[in-house]
Design a protein around this ligand. Structure first.
Ligand SMILES: Nc1nc2c(c(=O)[nH]1)N[C@H]1C(S)=C(S)[C@@H](COP(=O)(O)OP(=O)(O)OC[C@H]3O[C@@H](n4cnc5c(=O)[nH]c(N)nc54)[C@H](O)[C@@H]3O)O[C@H]1N2
Ligand SMILES: Nc1nc2c(c(=O)[nH]1)N[C@H]1C(S)=C(S)[C@@H](COP(=O)(O)OP(=O)(O)OC[C@H]3O[C@@H](n4cnc5c(=O)[nH]c(N)nc54)[C@H](O)[C@@H]3O)O[C@H]1N2
Ligand code: SF4
Ligand SMILES: [Mo]
Length: 731
């Protein structure tokens, strides 16, 4: 037995003992320690998934010492005992032969991907020296952290202790930011994540480009199936006939970028025909009359010219929504950074829900509850001398989270002050931020780029120091105490040992803090001590959590009718149909429509989205998931394919308005998309050489998104503003 498998053997034995101590049912054969036989048998270890950020509770099975399979944890409210296909294939992350194995320091120019393997001590020492130098030359605010997901929590703590306020995630300005701002401006609260959408109880469900079923957020997809089973009336608005559209009573193939016209026309009909919830609106609404007056010009006939949706269909679908109110849920979407006017479109969605009385009501938006697990009592952070760098002078007045692209801008320009170091955790900025060239130029201004990843992603290729993390099945992470229908706390815990010299984020954060002289910020010795402290403060038992993976709290009321106090934390204390906040800041108090830019002749608007078996740009290297889908296709309408002489499955390249040419990609000739746009699944077309299995398979949407329109309210980057032409490629 070599030393690695010996270490792993010992570790699994230890896990076996602790499970036995916790009273877990173990197969015979695992109880006799000290011989090879003791690894025989099956262990079930609860944890939660990390193939996306939904954090479904799972049970991992270890068979004869090897990771075998992973299933949903029946006690977990998010998974309800079932994982999505990505979660089930998650074990491929552990066995991926292309994983990062050891810390690396760059040997040649940035981006050349030539490295020196170093020890953790050397890598973290090098990073700490550079960070101290940046602090003394430019101040601690010159370091920024980009992170995505719960794994970033401990590194955020280290960076806060170091003294920087510049901490951001792409989930705001490249994802759900406009939606959360639009809903805040209307109801005073976010939709947030997991979304507080009562899909399973909706009698009428309206999906505006929320492609549930391809967008695989587990609980939502399960509830969508419930809604279908309950014969909910489903209305889908999408330029592409999505999987969700195939379940719909009404499918509206809208012209891309015109949804606000449809929303205004729907509201026009609902007000004009008195289909709204009058009692709710009168009791809870602010500025309804001014709002109603603004809707007058937006008739279905007017909207038809913008959207291509027949006036009768607009009227009929508006009546359908009115019929089932308040159990009509107009889904707010999640990735809504489409055109740059996204906050106002999201606000229109919020207003439509307000008219239907769905906020706080069964079948609409429920009131979520989280468990009260106090934060660890750390020492106070130093107060940064300067404001965050991303949003100087509150240029984007309604941004309530940090804008990734604002940090990038400051790194490029040195204004309002220079940014000299990026710490990047679990976000592939080359695929996640629009305009790759701007990202690379910004990187050239840095004195330090650290990337913590599990595979050699594109952003890792640009790093000065690469730190290999243990995958989620090999580590602990912070407690999941997110809100949902009922309160719960879930634990991620190691199932198997890391195969090489990978380390968990909490260890990296703590060790780095030590080297920065910030050891007092990590008073606990290991992460289990941290868990015990927090759980004890909450009156919960760590051993129970380890054994079950999840502890559920008491059911509490979720709707106004059940006794949730009716509260709208807006300036007026009511639902703001007319927004004085927006007016004061120089924006439209009720959303106003402007037409999107027309396609340049001969070109197609590039749209993109999800496939059920992949997450972003992070799973294409996973051998199990890539077996199900190894490259993406470009969806092209049949009439266009005929005109261009394109055959199904033929390879083409896409060229965008800025002459950027994609990798070759197969054509999917289909009636399921409008002729004015094409569609790619996001995350393919990898260019990192270390991703041997995913390298240059399919085309990258990100590479083609060179243009973006910035939302003036909150700094989100609308990315559906790119146009491509199609050229045949060699086979
Ligand atoms: N062009 C384009 N851009 C987009 C989108 C799009 O559809 N198209 N979608 C937007 C949306 S909605 C979002 S939320 C963001 C998502 O943006 P990101 O969250 O940045 O998504 P990924 O590009 O998959 O980057 C995740 C990175 O984390 C690494 N990783 C995976 N597991 C681990 C782990 O356990 N530890 C560590 N340290 N690293 C890990 C992966 O290898 C990968 O490099 O992107 C946004 N940007
Ligand atoms: N399998 C899987 N599921 C995921 C993820 C994943 O990576 N993989 N990521 C998760 C994350 S973080 C997010 S944010 C969500 C994203 O998922 P969603 O929030 O559902 O949406 P998008 O990706 O923006 O939407 C893509 C859909 O919008 C349509 N669309 C494009 N332009 C327009 C338009 O102008 N009008 C209308 N009405 N529709 C349009 C596209 O045709 C496509 O069907 O998915 C989540 N679920
Ligand atoms: S939705 Fe799927 S990938 Fe995401 S956490 Fe749940 S099981 Fe994992
Ligand atoms: Mo997202």
């Amino acid at each position: 037995m070599n030393s690695i498998s010996r270490r792993r053997f010992m570790k699994i034995s230890a896990a076996t003992i602790s499970l036995a101590a916790a009273g877990c049912a173990l197969k015979s054969g695992t109880s006799s320690l000290g011989t090879k036989e003791k690894r025989k048998g099956i262990q079930k270890i609860p944890t939660y998934c990390d193939i996306c950020f939904w954090k479904c509770g799972a049970i991992a099975y270890v068979k004869d010492g090897e990771l075998w399979k992973i299933e949903g944890n029946p006690d977990d409210p998010l998974s309800r005992g079932r994982l999505c296909p990505r979660g089930t294939g998650g074990i491929g992350a552990h066995t991926d032969p292309d994983r990062l194995r050891t810390p690396l320091i760059r040997k040649r120019d940035r981006g050349e991907e030539v490295w020196q393997e170093v020890t953790w001590d050397e890598a973290l020492g090098h990073i700490a020296d550079k960070m101290q130098k940046i602090k003394s030359e430019y101040g601690p605010e010159a370091m920024a952290l980009f992170s995505h997901g719960i794994g970033g929590n401990f590194l955020k703590h280290t960076l806060n202790a170091y003294g920087t306020p510049n901490i951001s995630a792409p989930s705001f300005a490249q994802c759900r930011g406009p939606r959360d701002v639009g809903f805040r401006l209307t109801f005073g609260e976010d939709v947030s994540s997991p979304e507080r959408t009562d899909i399973k109880n909706a009698r009428c469900l309206v999906l505006i480009g929320s492609h549930l079923g391809e967008n695989m957020h587990n609980s939502q997809v399960q509830e969508f199936a419930d809604a279908i089973q309950n014969n909910a009336s489903i209305i889908v608005v999408d330029p592409r006939f999505s999987v969700a559209a195939s379940k719909a009573k009404w499918y509206l193939p809208i012209k891309p970028g015109t949804d606000l016209a449809l929303l205004l026309a729907w509201m026009n009909v609902i007000v004009k025909e008195n289909l709204y919830d009058k009692e709710y609106v009168t009791k809870h609404g602010f500025g309804f009359d001014q709002f109603a007056a603004e809707l007058l010009p937006y008739s279905p006939e007017w909207a038809y010219t913008e959207t291509g949706i027949e006036p009768d269909v607009i009227r009929e679908t508006a009546r359908e929504m009115g019929r089932y109110k308040p159990a009509t849920l107009v889904h707010p979407g999640r990735h809504v950074t489409w055109y740059g006017d996204d906050t106002q479109r999201s606000r229109a969605i919020a207003l439509l829900n307000a008219l239907l009385g769905s906020w706080g009501r069964k079948g609409g938006f429920y009131y979520p509850i989280s468990m009260d697990v106090p934060a660890y009592p750390y020492p106070a952070y130093p107060k940064p001398a300067r404001e965050k760098v991303d949003n100087p002078n509150q240029k984007y007045p309604f941004a309530h989270e940090t804008i990734t692209t604002g940090i990038r801008e400051a790194t490029l320009t040195g204004q309002p002050y220079p940014v000299k170091g990026w710490f990047v955790y679990a976000t592939n900025l080359i695929h996640a931020l629009p305009n790759e060239e701007e990202t690379i130029k910004a990187i050239q201004n840095l004195d330090l780029l650290v990337v913590v990843d599990v595979i050699p992603s594109e952003i890792a290729g640009w790093a000065d120091v690469v730190l290999p993390e243990s995958v989620y099945l090999e580590r602990h992470d912070d407690l999941n105490v997110e809100w949902f229908r009922d309160p719960f706390t879930a634990l991620r815990q190691p199932v198997v040992e890391s195969p090489q010299d990978q380390k968990p984020n909490w260890w990296i954060a703590k060790e780095l803090a030590g080297k920065l002289g910030l050891g007092s910020y990590f008073p606990w010795n290991d992460v289990e001590e941290y868990f015990k402290h927090r759980l004890t403060a909450a009156g919960l038992d760590y051993d129970e959590l380890k054994k079950k993976g999840v502890i559920r709290g008491k059911k509490q009321p979720n709707y106004f009718e059940e006794g949730v106090p009716v509260e709208f934390p807006t300036p007026s204390g009511k639902i703001e149909f007319y927004s004085l906040q927006l007016q004061k800041a120089g924006f439209d108090p009720v959303p106003k429509y402007t037409s999107p830019e027309q396609n340049p002749p001969g070109s197609f608007r590039l749209l993109y989205g999800r496939a059920p078996v992949h997450s972003f740009s992070r799973t294409q290297s996973n051998r199990i998931l890539s077996d199900m889908m190894s490259e993406n296709e470009v969806w092209v309408n049949s009439s266009i394919a005929g005109r261009l002489g394109l055959q199904n499955a033929q390879y083409v390249t896409l060229k965008n308005q800025d002459e950027i040419v994609s990798n070759r990609v197969k054509v999917k000739v289909t009636e399921r998309i409008r002729p004015d746009c094409v569609y790619l699944v996001h995350g393919f077309g990898h260019t990192s050489r270390g991703l041997r299995h995913a390298f240059r398979k399919g085309a990258s949407d990100a590479q083609l998104l060179t243009r973006y329109n910035t939302d003036p309210l909150m700094g989100g980057t609308g990315m559906n503003n790119n146009f491509v032409t199609i050229e045949p490629a060699e086979a």
